[in-house]
Design a protein around this ligand. Structure first.
Ligand code: BGC
Length: 733
């Protein structure tokens, strides 16, 4: 007993909490946006000015523990440091207990709100690289640049799955596959948190966001529990295992319950089952929305009660102090215990402690990375990493008659709206939330056109081409979508807009070969254009190095290696994923003849598609059944005279199972560099866990039987007999 109380009193967080009033504790659970303490509300033309009075009300009267976001537009590192120091000065020097604020931001593809920071390709592009190392290095640079700005909390990575290409946040995801998302999500978290920069990552948005049948943001999602567990949960369980410091809740509803009010998801699943000990933060205004939008609470107070009872630690309010007032009332009325409040406050203060914000002497803040002996990447390293990720993220989908790479000295016609647009090549969350305001971009970023000017002999525009000339120099047409995200990004279809479609047609009519380059945060339907153009590159939103990277691809200085992390649809209303079921494959002639075609799955390009200039062949596949699982050996060969990066994807198909099996599932991948003319054997160990699926009771099970292992164009069927995880009393098996 004596020992226990001694330990508790020596813990600086417990000591601090013992001094805190209820209002001070609840303040720690309150998070507001910068605009709430600024003089003007949202202005793109005027610079941020803090409202000293509003700041003091927030920090001294309501004891707010966290501030987030950007004020309209990106700011320089100096400005960030200036404003955050001002905020911390009030929090640390003027408040009774001197607890610093934890500042949070969405640096979802690099330091996208810092002028002079490194904006990297969007996650969807990074997924197309299949390169864990790149993802980790990028996360590391991002963490470094956040700390250089005085920011310790990053609302990234997005671990939602991009399984509906109409969803406005598709580009923020690592694509449609659960395993790929799990792997790259972990790399991002480790890169941010384990590089010595004192940054907390945030796995978001827990759980089941983005899979609305409408494709619209924050609309209802219906997913059977077993699907949630098999596909949507693994990226989050891996994040928790990797030590992610914080988790943000899904703004929407899952199976009829808004996640912010779901005790089963936030407490039973996330806390108790996954063992998450960090901070659970709400999304934007989502406690209040339990009342105003979802209507599971008949008042704001009830909404607050439900969210805190469900397991929320911090509410992104973000404009008001209602949450603090109502939560205090709920505690005073005995509807929420002070012990419950203490649990959340302890987590929040411990987060601050881990980040080096606590304990502190009053004059110590802000901590700078210069004080630590950590590698700070040079500007050259940042640019090189960015260029390399942009190159590896572009996917060559069609290359008729080996038109690409262009012959040395070729002349080209460069045209299309994306060739001169910075927003189109960067995507959302770039300098502004939507990323569409070109005037917010720094002047020194090259468009495709400026980057090409020094690399190619450019020959005017499509409209300059004389229909009678018989010139065969190709046209490089860069088309795209104006970026948008979240609710403002809801779309009604995936068509390329009419004007751009007509423009591509005009280019085709010139008779010259057209190289179509699509800059978009998702697939856009190419329909009849696909057959008529000579080459197609899905470029995604690779960011500031787009021009150089594309030039490297076109002139052959870099042989493409990107592969689609999603299934590219061909038709307006048919969106399959690669891990569809066999019934999805059945063609429309079903029932009309003796045999039916299996062409129901008919995408424009399959998940994993991507061409290169150098031929890499898959020579041999050997699968050995061992006690612990399967050992797979693949021999690959580079037939070319150049080095080639090959992204190797290994799929497993469970041939027959009690829950209809997917036609295949990605179980392993590796990004490998092969020297010219060399051969290599790549080995994968597949433990039995990788042959399992989630059954109707929500349990991972293994059923013995035949499994097809496929890599490239090789495959092998193997019988795996050992029963693991089976309950012999279950009647169905
Ligand atoms: C988004 C989150 C983001 C938050 C803070 C919300 O609208 O859904 O992903 O972290 O805003 O900016």
């Amino acid at each position: 007993m004596y020992l226990e109380s001694k330990i508790i009193s020596e813990d600086p967080i417990e000591e601090l909490m013992s001094k805190m009033t209820l209002a001070e504790k609840i303040g720690q659970m309150t998070q507001i946006t910068l605009e709430t303490v600024s003089k003007r509300k949202h202005s793109t033309s005027e610079k941020l000015e803090l409202d000293d009075e509003a700041l003091r009300t927030a920090l001294l009267e309501f004891h707010v523990g966290s501030i987030i976001n950007v004020y309209s537009n990106a700011m320089s590192f100096e400005d960030w440091n200036f404003f955050i120091s001002k905020i911390q000065d009030v929090a640390c020097k003027e408040s009774r207990l001197g607890i610093p604020v934890i500042y949070g931001i969405d640096a979802v593809h690099g330091a996208n709100y810092m002028l002079g920071g490194t904006v990297f390709p969007q996650n969807l592009n990074l997924a197309a690289t299949w390169n864990r190392e790149l993802v980790r290095d990028i996360a590391r640079v991002t963490a470094c640049e956040l700390i250089e700005s005085g920011i310790h909390w990053n609302f990234a990575p997005v671990l939602d799955l991009g399984r509906h290409p109409m969803w406005s946040r598709f580009s923020e995801t690592f694509g449609e596959d659960s395993y790929l998302t799990t792997e790259l999500g972990r790399e991002n978290i480790l890169g941010q948190q384990n590089s010595g920069y004192s940054v907390a990552a945030c796995a978001k948005h827990f759980l089941g966001y983005g899979q609305a049948h409408t494709g619209r943001d924050r609309t209802p999602v219906l997913l059977p529990d077993r699907v949630v567990r098999e596909l949507y949960l693994p990226p989050f369980s891996e994040a928790v295992k990797s030590g992610v410091a914080t988790v943000m809740v899904n703004s929407g509803e899952l199976n009829g319950r808004p996640v912010h009010a779901d005790y089963r998801l936030l407490t039973n699943l996330l806390r108790d089952e996954l063992g998450f000990e960090g901070v659970i933060v709400s999304d934007w205004e989502d406690v209040e929305k339990l009342h105003t939008i979802h209507r599971v609470a008949d008042s704001s107070k009830d909404a607050t009660l439900q969210a805190v009872r469900a397991g929320l630690d911090m509410s992104m309010t973000p404009f008001t102090f209602e949450f603090s007032k109502l939560l205090k009332e709920l505690v005073e009325e005995g509807l929420i215990s002070e012990r419950r409040i203490d649990e959340s406050v302890r987590r929040i203060l411990n987060l601050k402690r881990k980040l080096g914000l606590l304990p502190r002497n009053k004059d110590e803040f802000p901590e700078t990375i210069q004080e630590k002996s950590i590698h700070i990447p040079s500007q050259e390293e940042r640019v090189a990493l960015n260029l390399e990720s942009a190159r590896q993220s572009m996917v060559l989908l069609k290359n008729q008659d080996d038109l690409l790479p262009l012959k040395p000295g070729s002349k080209i016609v460069l045209d299309g709206p994306a060739s001169t647009s910075l927003p189109m090549i960067h995507g959302s969350w770039t300098y502004t939330w939507q990323g569409a305001d070109a005037s917010a971009y720094p002047d020194d970023i090259s468009t495709i056109a400026t980057a090409f000017a020094s690399r190619f002999r450019l020959q005017g525009k499509v409209s300059d081409i004389d229909p009678l000339d018989h010139d065969v120099d190709p046209i490089v047409l860069c088309i795209g979508e104006i970026p948008s995200v979240e609710k403002p990004g809801d779309v009604n279809d995936l068509d390329i807009d009419k004007a751009q479609h007509a423009f591509v047609h005009d280019a085709i009519l010139t008779g010259r070969p057209v190289i179509l380059v699509l800059f978009a945060g998702r697939p856009r339907l190419l329909k009849d254009l696909s057959d008529k153009v000579a080459a197609i590159i899905w470029a995604g939103q690779p960011g500031p190095c787009s021009g150089r990277a594309l030039a490297d691809l076109l002139d052959g200085s870099f042989s493409p290696s990107g592969r689609l992390p999603f299934t590219y649809p061909k038709h307006s209303a048919v969106f399959h994923t690669y891990d569809h079921k066999w019934a999805d494959k059945v063609g429309a002639d079903y029932g009309l003849g003796q045999s039916f075609s299996m062409d129901g799955f008919d995408p424009a390009w399959e998940f994993g598609s991507g061409l290169s200039y150098t031929r890499v062949s898959y020579e041999a596949l050997d699968v050995q059944n061992t006690v612990s699982g399967l050992d797979v050996f693949i021999t690959i060969r580079n037939h070319g005279s150049h080095i080639q990066r090959e992204n190797l994807l290994l799929f497993v198909s469970d041939e027959y199972a009690s829950i209809t099996p997917a036609v295949k599932k990605l179980r392993r991948f590796e990004s490998i560099v092969l020297d010219a003319g060399t051969e290599r054997i790549v080995q994968f160990a597949l433990p039995r866990a990788d042959l399992m699926f989630v059954d109707e009771f929500g349990k991972w099970v293994f059923e013995p039987g035949s499994f097809k292992i496929s890599v490239g164009d090789l495959s092998k069927i193997i019988f795996v007999g050992t029963q693991i995880g089976l309950d012999p009393d279950q009647p169905s098996r």
